[in-house]
Design a protein around this ligand. Structure first.
Ligand code: SF4
Ligand code: SF4
Length: 239
């Protein structure tokens, strides 16, 4: 596995996405479309985030020791949540409630301290409605008429996917990047590893985890990670 090549390709895919997203946003806003994301807005930074092993390696490469230690502590909470939650929905809900905001967020400025290397999921999340709709529990707190109004908007405007207020075409534009990460992992490791952002980044510096990935066989990798006590299907998926 050539890590330098992997991280170079990941950053190229990020750049391509950013360029395309910029052009899309320019066209959209020129036609009176509105995107509510802006510097310092961070209500979405407590959501669970799925990344690829290729991205985990890229992120790990640019972290300071202090940032890495904070990610490790966050990953411990992610691990506990995965074991305590009975379903994926419960896991996602508890992530926002108990695991909380990404440790790379600077709460004072609302800025991302890893902006240049942030995962593709952080890049392709854009809101077509005000930021309070992005906060944890926002939909649950709505009154029935408010919920009806929300549903009416996300179903009637084609910029949404019919279920949420995040801008669907900007999510769709990231598909080539996801596919690129998938190809890189298949080519370099024979398997694809996907999972929780903070857990996978932590595992990039765990020699046993990295060794298990060299087995190049999905069943064997899962078995080895289980033996090592490093596997939970909610936060690591081997494909
Ligand atoms: S997705 Fe929502 S919370 Fe995140 S930056 Fe955009 S408006 Fe703010
Ligand atoms: S990496 Fe940055 S943008 Fe992504 S969740 Fe963390 S602070 Fe937010």
């Amino acid at each position: 596995m050539n890590q330098k090549n992997i991280t170079k390709e990941v950053r190229k895919a990020y750049q391509k996405y950013d360029d395309q997203a910029k052009r899309w946003i320019e066209d959209y806003t020129a036609q009176e479309g509105r995107i509510y994301c802006q510097a310092g807005c961070f209500k979405c930074c407590d959501m669970p985030i799925r990344i690829s092993w290729a991205e985990a390696l890229t992120i790990s490469e640019s972290l300071t020791e202090e940032q890495f230690a904070r990610i490790q502590r966050h990953a411990n909470k992610v691990w506990v949540n995965a074991h305590k939650s009975k379903t994926s929905d419960e896991y996602a809900e508890n992530h926002r409630k108990f695991v909380g905001f990404c440790p790379l967020l600077d709460r004072a400025s609302g800025g991302c301290t890893l902006y240049g290397d942030r995962p593709i999921r952080c890049r392709d999340t854009y809101s077509g409605m005000p930021a309070h709709f992005c906060g944890a529990g926002a939909l649950e707190k709505m009154t029935p008429p408010e919920r009806k109004q929300y549903q009416r908007i996300v179903r009637s405007d084609e910029v949404f996917d019919g279920y949420s207020h995040y801008i669907a075409p900007l999510e769709d534009l990231s598909m080539p990047a996801w596919n690129r990460f998938s190809l890189i992992m298949k080519r370099e490791m024979g398997v694809q590893i996907w999972g929780d952002f903070w857990y996978l980044v932590t595992m990039t510096r765990n020699a046993d985890f990295a060794e298990a990935l060299t087995l190049k066989n999905k069943r064997k990798v899962v078995q080895k990670l289980q033996e090592l006590g490093l596997y939970h299907e909610e936060i690591v998926q081997v494909e």
